[in-house]
Design a protein around this ligand. Structure first.
Ligand code: NDP
Length: 679
């Protein structure tokens, strides 16, 4: 069969031995592709990931992996048109496809950029500062993260065939863990196409990504404690996988993102005339109709102050009546089809459950006008808005109709809204539309324990808002309880989910060697050459320059006050300064101390040091009085070559002490240093 989807396993494309199961277009029912994994050696895939993918990724630093992801993101973005063509068969409009396709590629690019900015150009990530464990400072602790030596299995839902796998793959790749991607069968033809382009690009290292089209089969049987499974889909499948013997016994990392009865709350402060009223209604309709409501983050429960329920229903119905349903390829179509006829049947079943305690106030489950397609062949459904008869009845809080379906529920006050939202038993996202910051504070604090993300929307942030339904690479995506209890994305946290955190205990020299970051107490190297005369290749951790002593005079303090305009009384008014309980007299400005320290450690002539781009962690520890003597010790602490630049970053440990050896100021100086001396 020419349209039988292939898997990419053990470095080659695999074709199943049988004819496979047909996958139908959501729009007109024609066969788009077939799918089968019959004969696939899943144990072989796991073994290949471990023996080929793990070492290939381990050979690259975070920055090198990030550079490959960037290249991949740009390549995929440049060829995205063909993905849009295929995406239409899933029932997606152009707007829906953008969320999936551009959203997926954008996530890769975001991870690439975040990794280059926030991770070292190394394979080990240091978590927090060292902990001193003994009195003399010879015994310290440091938490480190290293890549797990296993495979990240990603089992995805049908609704986001592109974003769904890339949002899981990107953090795993940065973490140095190879992926096995298993798309939901229903829309796997789009995942397979994107994956094909990824493999053709030749950008990713051998073994770092594999694709399994068809049943997962015995895949989980071959995983162990270094591996992970990230699942998105139904609560039933999540429960089944959670109980899998390997998940229960091997300690493999299992996370799930399942059902979610997300809430959107209209604040009690909002009147029908307020712009926030329109924002609320517009957002509700958007979330019902984008991807035909097949979004794990879509609004299922619309909480509205009791007096405004009728007005919200009227306004939402008016907007919903303008939504044209039909073939995404036809002009003017705002909502496409559900992913399949079976999926529509599931939604109708859920709807029957919901109507036990809610009434339909917009839409007809049995009829929808369809543009550009045969309504009997595609998986079309009208948007359906319900009104809860009883706000505490279980159905609206329990049943997730995974389609263009929402229920409006009246509430009394802020506490009532929070309590009702919590009846969802844990959700991915809630939104609150209000212009009252006090109210927002109260409601968000109440919602937070039950939600992974909370959006507060009003007229001030609406233009820039990314919306209720959009997970962002830099923010947590996941939710407690019923939402699955997992956490994805969230910037670098998403990367660290794939790494092992280890507390290392030892001497400062040992911790310097492990983390490749100089630790206080480790050896310092003081040679004839000033460290500022060394380029990045010549510099070593521990290279030190000691400058001073330099006496601070009262004239220095007066001059600095006058020159900068910082005439704060502690530097200028002896009587007032004497009354200050911390100083007991005139003290030098902290910034004067730091400026004098720079004067003591710099080597002024042009050389490899190109710029000072800031200081980190500046603390003033002991007041400096007139006639105190300052000494500065500057030590190379961390050396980070930049990936595609002819310079890198050097972090210097700076300690300023007085004549009694008391530390006066501590901080890190950040500089850019040339990789090699120019000819
Ligand atoms: P499923 O849970 O049936 O499938 C999700 C993924 O799990 C698919 O890739 C599926 O593969 C795979 N899978 C199924 N059984 C197993 C197994 N035994 N071992 C390993 N993998 C398995 O969800 P659907 O995608 O069919 O969606 C069903 C319902 O789930 C929706 O109607 C909706 O209610 C809910 N859903 C919720 C989402 C959310 O995030 N809140 C997202 C998507 C769906 P295959 O397709 O090959 O069976």
């Amino acid at each position: 069969m020419t349209n039988l989807l292939q898997s990419f396993t053990e470095g080659r494309w695999f074709t199943a031995a049988d004819e496979g199961t047909p996958l139908a277009s959501a729009v007109d029912g024609h066969e788009v592709a077939r799918i089968s994994a019959t004969g696939l050696d899943r144990a072989g895939m796991v073994e290949y990931a471990r023996t080929v993918g793990v070492p290939a990724l381990a050979a690259l630093t975070f920055h090198e992996r990030a550079a490959l992801l960037k290249q991949l993101g740009m390549t995929l973005m440049a060829g995205k048109e063909e993905f849009y063509e295929v995406s239409r068969h899933t029932g997606a409009t152009t707007r829906d496809s953008a969320v999936d396709i551009d959203g997926g590629f954008g996530t890769i690019l975001s991870y690439s950029s975040k990794a280059r900015r926030e991770l070292p150009n190394d394979t080990v990530y240091l978590d927090g500062p060292t902990e001193q464990l003994g009195k003399k400072g010879t015994f310290l602790g440091q938490h480190i993260y290293t890549s797990r030596r296993g495979v990240a299995v990603q089992i995805n839902a049908f609704n986001f065939p592109v974003w769904g796998f890339l949002e899981k793959l990107a953090p795993a790749f940065i973490a140095g863990v190879p992926s096995i991607v298993k798309p939901a069968s229903q829309t796997a033809y789009l995942t397979e196409l994107v994956f094909r382009r990824i493999i053709e690009s030749g950008i990713l290292p051998e073994g770092s990504v594999q694709l399994l089209c068809g049943s997962a089969g015995d895949l989980l049987d071959h995983l162990d404690g270094q591996d992970s499974v990230a699942f998105t889909g139904s609560a039933e499948t999540a429960a089944r996988l959670r109980a899998h013997p390997q998940v229960v016994t091997s300690g493999l990392h299992f996370t799930a993102e399942a059902d979610s009865l997300n809430a959107s709350i209209l604040g009690t402060d909002v009147t029908i005339e307020a712009p926030e009223f329109d924002l609320y209604v517009k957002q509700l309709v958007t979330e019902m109709t984008v991807k035909a409501g097949q979004k794990c983050t879509a609004i299922r429960r619309a909480f509205v102050p009791e007096p405004l329920v009728d007005d919200v229903i009227a306004a939402a119905s008016a907007r919903l009546s303008t939504i044209t349903v039909g073939d995404p390829a036809s002009d003017g179509v705002r909502m496409g089809a559900l992913a399949s006829i079976e999926q529509r049947d599931e939604v109708l079943k859920s709807l029957r459950g919901l109507t036990k305690s809610a009434s339909i106030v917009f839409g007809d489950p049995d009829h929808v006008d369809v543009v550009g397609a045969d309504a009997t062949k595609g998986a079309f459904l009208s948007p359906i808005l319900l009104r809860a008869d009883d706000k505490t009845a279980p159905e609206p809080h329990d049943i997730e109709a995974f389609g263009p379906v929402s229920t409006v529920i009246g509430y009394r006050d802020a506490a009532d809204a929070v309590e009702l939202a919590a009846r969802g038993k844990g959700s991915l996202v809630a939104s609150l539309v209000t212009k009252d910051a006090e109210l927002a504070g109260e409601v968000v604090r109440g919602l937070a324990p039950y939600h992974g993300r909370v959006l507060v929307l009003n007229n001030e942030d609406a233009r820039e808002s990314t919306g209720h339904g959009s997970p962002l690479p830099v923010l947590v995506h996941g939710g407690p309880g019923r939402a699955g209890g997992g956490e994805e994305l969230g910037g670098i946290r998403g990367v660290l989910h794939h790494m092992q955190r280890t507390a290392v205990q030892g001497t400062p020299n040992v911790l310097t060697s492990v983390g490749r970051r100089w630790v206080t107490g480790a050896d310092r190297v003081q040679g004839d050459v000033h460290p500022f005369r060394k380029n990045l290749a010549e510099l070593v951790l521990g290279d030190t320059i000691v400058g001073g002593p330099r006496q601070v005079t009262r004239a220095d303090i007066d001059h600095f006050a006058e020159f900068t305009g910082d005439t704060f009384y502690a530097h200028t008014d002896p009587e007032a300064a004497a009354a200050n309980p911390l100083f007991g007299g005139i003290v030098a400005h902290g910034y004067l101390v730091v400026s004098l320290a720079a004067g003591l450690f710099v080597d002024p002539a042009p050389g490899p040091v190109l710029a000072n781009f800031g200081v980190d962690g500046l603390r003033f520890l002991t007041p400096v009085k007139a006639d105190d003597s300052l000494t500065v010790t500057l030590t190379a602490k961390q050396i980070t070559p930049r990936q595609s630049a002819d310079y890198g970053e050097v972090r210097w440990d700076a300690v300023v002490t007085n004549q009694n050896d008391d530390p006066v100021a501590t901080y890190d100086v950040l500089t850019l240093v040339a990789k090699a001396e120019e000819d």
